[in-house]
Design a protein around this ligand. Structure first.
Ligand SMILES: [Zn+2]
Length: 158
């Protein structure tokens, strides 16, 4: 049995686009479930960009606020008390487009996701293309490349 208070878990230093990101998985010692508590200030997002996990389903429970999820079915607003689920392979990104803060729990299973792809703009291809992230060790850097033309579209220090 593990019990924690969410507010006792610190937001680790990272380049997360979210103001508050409290990782609960480690604190609860979950084996098969990733759990993250998020707070988004106006304009912030749950993730780096529009993406999909081939090896993980994701559920977002919205506790407060009203984020808008970009989905393959168009934009979907999710209000407090509502829950949205994405199957493995579905593109999504939730963003707070309101003036109020968003509070939410993100659940992902299985816990570790390694097969992530982004659908984002490539200046070389002049359109959104599938792009795969790669993480280099020392220095730890996230490199994102266009799968169509190989152009490096972003590089983020982790
Ligand atoms: Zn390209």
């Amino acid at each position: 049995m593990n019990k924690v208070s969410i507010e006792d878990i610190d937001t680790p230093p990272s380049n997360s686009p979210a103001d508050v990101l409290r990782p609960l998985s480690q604190a609860l010692n979950t084996t098969d479930l990733a759990i993250n508590y998020f707070e988004l200030a106006p304009g912030e997002s749950f993730g780096y960009d529009y993406h999909r996990h081939h090896d993980q389903e994701e559920v977002f429970y919205i506790q407060a606020g009203r984020p808008t999820f970009e989905t393959e079915a168009g934009d979907v607003d999710v209000g407090a008390g509502e829950v949205i689920r994405f199957a493995p392979g579905e593109f999504q990104l939730g963003t707070n487009q309101t003036d109020d803060r968003v509070k939410a729990l993100a659940l992902g299973a299985p816990r570790g996701s390694k097969e992530i792809e982004y659908l984002r703009n490539c200046t070389q291809c002049s359109e959104r293309t599938i792009q795969a992230p790669e993480i280099t060790e020392s220095p730890k850097v996230l490199v994102i490349q266009c799968s169509d033309c190989g152009t490096e579209t972003d590089r983020i220090s982790l």
